[in-house]
Ligand binder design. Sequence first.
Ligand code: FAD
Length: 378
Amino acid sequence: MPPLVVIGAGLAGWTAVREFRKLDTTTPVVLITADSGDFYAKPSLSNALAQKKAPGQLVTTPAAKMAETLGVTLVPFTRVESLDIASRTVRTAGGVHPWSHLVLATGAQPIRVQFQGDAADTVLSVNSLDDFTEFHARLAAGSRVLIMGAGLIGCEFANDLAGAGHKVSVVDPGPRPLAALLPEQAGDSLRLSLESIGVTWHFGTAAQAVDRQGDALRVQLSDGQVQLTDVVLSAVGLRADMRLAQSAGIACDRGILVDTALQTSAPDVYALGDCAQYASAGSRTLPYVMPIMAAARALAATLAGKRTDVQFALMPVSVKTPAYPIVVASPVPGTQGTWHNADEGLWHFVDESLGRRGFVLAGRQTSRRAEMARELTA
Ligand code: FAD
């Protein structure tokens, strides 16, 4: 019997294997990954400076230890080049691996903006420990960092960098931070709180070109302003990595399409994590930790022989901005309604029939996360 093959050693790949091993200790498992396979919590990348942790200290379990504990044959530093559904094999530069069942946990790729300028290739994105290691190496005491994007990841890095003594500016075409996620008042409070720790904002504009100017980088903005900085960090968003699935003819949209039991359009091929677009979530991608945990548990049961549908509970997201901590439970996209400010630091999203469909908690109110989640699902 060929092994279960898992592609990707992020939170999705490793958690799927860990859950599977709780149910099946004998089926051979091969995990192939382009990186080292070391286990780390990716959310810690955007608050590592506050924790005074160097990149290497973020590894919680080395790859070899993970493989030994879970009884997995690990194939690290190896990119899967193609899948063949008919022959049930994956191809890497090192050879061909047969599979009985295949799990795609290939994550997401940062969206790359095409800049003009002779230093455009110095722009970094942080979506892995390797990316963070490179970013960290570029920082010196008091470095100037220009962040492109005032979304979740951009704001978290802004807080972490400013807290560590770096001079942070954030550029975003929108009107305020987290404009797509938060009511206006909450976004304004976040803006002021980050300003109070030294972050400067440039809203309604975007970076166009990055050039060298002596030892610095010169960033040209679309409104004509010029910013001098030492490092440019792009945090404009992620896109599900569907390349392998697409080239094998597996159905994809904004992610790899999976049914309620996480199966793709190909038999015995499954997907979860940032690469997946879930039928159980109204055909949405869910690029967060908690959905991965729920998906991994359901997938493990299916792989162990009991087809199991994944059910996603309400999963509020914490924004790691200690200057103004926030918890958001967003309404399902497309829900018509408005945000209502119920109390200081508390907003409810109310739909057209006056039903509550989401909430935002800020500051002290974040301690009410469990209570609010219960109320929303009651
Ligand atoms: P990844 O971690 O991207 O793993 C993908 C794996 O696939 C990698 O090992 C890669 O090497 C491998 N791979 C890809 N292609 C191939 C190939 N062809 N061959 C072999 N291997 C391949 N979520 C929260 O819920 N809360 C937070 O506070 C939070 N903070 C975050 C902060 C940051 C800075 C970032 C970037 C994300 C954050 N997230 C947070 C999101 C969360 O971390 C992700 O949803 C989760 O880590 C994704 O895991 P994954 O395994 O799906 O993908």
